[in-house]
Design a protein around this ligand. Structure first.
Ligand SMILES: CCCCCCCC/C=C\CCCCCCCC(=O)SCCNC(=O)CCNC(=O)[C@H](O)C(C)(C)COP(=O)(O)OP(=O)(O)OC[C@H]1O[C@@H](n2cnc3c(N)ncnc32)[C@H](O)[C@@H]1OP(=O)(O)O
Length: 152
């Protein structure tokens, strides 16, 4: 089975609630390549409801974009540097500096959500990623992320 980007995060940096393997209560989001784009799939538990049980709450939507966005920023950078994840070199680590979310329509509960990331630009330590989250009836949210590469 193909490894997810997050599988390459060293354990000491894997405590993120959204995507860290070392956080037993976390969501353990997993991000992968899909051609030139990145993709993650996630089905929220019913407790993450919004105003009505049929809809997902906005913080969960933002969280999925957040974790997929930073993982994607790292992946895009590895590819731009012609490096492989887990190549033994300094790990390429990103945090979110800015995340704008447009909630286009309610996000349905009980279905698999698909999160996609597309590279807009890499400018030194700054990576801009365009994000989307799709339910069973089209795009529910769009995001724009500025991820900053941490100094090693
Ligand atoms: C794929 C393979 C991987 C292999 C292994 C990898 C290991 C990976 C391990 C672990 C991954 C982690 C997984 C979890 C992540 C989940 C996502 C989150 O939730 S992250 C938490 C929330 N975010 C924060 O807590 C950040 C808090 N902010 C900061 O720490 C700083 O502000 C930081 C680092 C973002 C920037 O600080 P500065 O001192 O390093 O750099 P300055 O000079 O301030 O900014 C750099 C450039 O960015 C611009 N900038 C900074 N913030 C901006 C903003 N909000 N809007 C616009 N521009 C901004 C600045 O103007 C500057 O631009 P100019 O270089 O001058 O052109």
């Amino acid at each position: 089975m193909t490894a997810a980007f997050q599988d390459f995060y060293p354990d000491e940096f894997s405590h993120c609630y959204g995507c860290g393997s070392q956080n037993p209560q976390g969501h353990h989001l997993k991000s992968y390549w899909d051609g030139e784009e990145t993709i993650a799939r996630f089905t929220p538990d019913a407790k993450y409801s919004g105003g009505v049980p049929e809809h997902v709450y906005g913080g969960m939507v933002a969280s999925l974009l957040d974790c997929h966005g930073t993982a994607s920023a790292a992946a895009f950078t590895y590819r731009a540097l012609n490096r492989e994840m887990g190549d033994g070199g300094d790990p390429v680590r990103f945090v979110t500096a800015s995340l704008k979310v447009d909630f286009l329509k309610p996000t349905p509960m009980g279905v698999e959500l698909v999160v996609r990331g597309k590279l807009r630009s890499i400018d030194g330590r700054k990576v801009w990623v365009d994000l989307s989250l799709t339910g069973n009836d089209g795009i529910c949210a769009k995001g724009e992320m500025l991820a900053i590469r941490l100094r090693t």
